[in-house]
Design a binder for this molecule. Structure first.
Ligand SMILES: [Zn+2]
Length: 143
């Protein structure tokens, strides 16, 4: 018969990720300047979002930056009623997928639109924001 193992008391666990941004730096710098850009493969022309340093279509590694503009069309959305711990101070919020220029789709928070007022096909804009720690991010708002 085996005994239950002795355990230390629980401690919080923090995970910190260091993600190299050198190949996507242009995206963040552009976002800070209010422009929404992504990568376009110089071999096959595939426009990818989020920006890709290697083409998911042809595996080519040459790319150029293209401006997607700020116009977006709501594709689908969901309202999050029970937020994960890191967003628990925000109450409920809406996450949306919208189509941008070039036919690419992006996921972001939908701000200023109640879920009951949102519907697929609704015209949106991408807006650049800056978080309290100075990091740029983007949201969708009503056009
Ligand atoms: Zn390609």
């Amino acid at each position: 018969m085996s005994e239950a193992p002795a355990l230390h008391s629980r401690r919080p666990l923090t995970l910190r990720f260091n993600i190299p941004i050198s190949k996507t730096r242009e995206f963040w710098d552009s976002l800070r300047a209010g422009r929404f850009v992504t990568t376009k493969c110089t071999s096959c022309g595939k426009v990818s979002f989020p920006p890709q340093s290697d083409c998911p279509e042809c595996m080519g590694s040459g790319f150029e930056w293209v401006d997607l503009g700020r116009d977006a069309t709501l594709v689908t959305f969901t309202q999050v009623m029970v937020a994960p711990a890191s967003f628990s101070a925000d109450g409920s919020y809406t996450i949306a997928i919208a189509e941008l220029g070039g036919g690419v789709r992006a996921l972001a928070w939908l701000e200023g639109v109640r879920a009951e007022d949102a519907s697929p096909g609704m015209k949106l804009k991408v807006e650049a924001r800056t978080s309290p720690d100075g990091s740029p991010y983007y949201v969708f708002v009503r056009a």
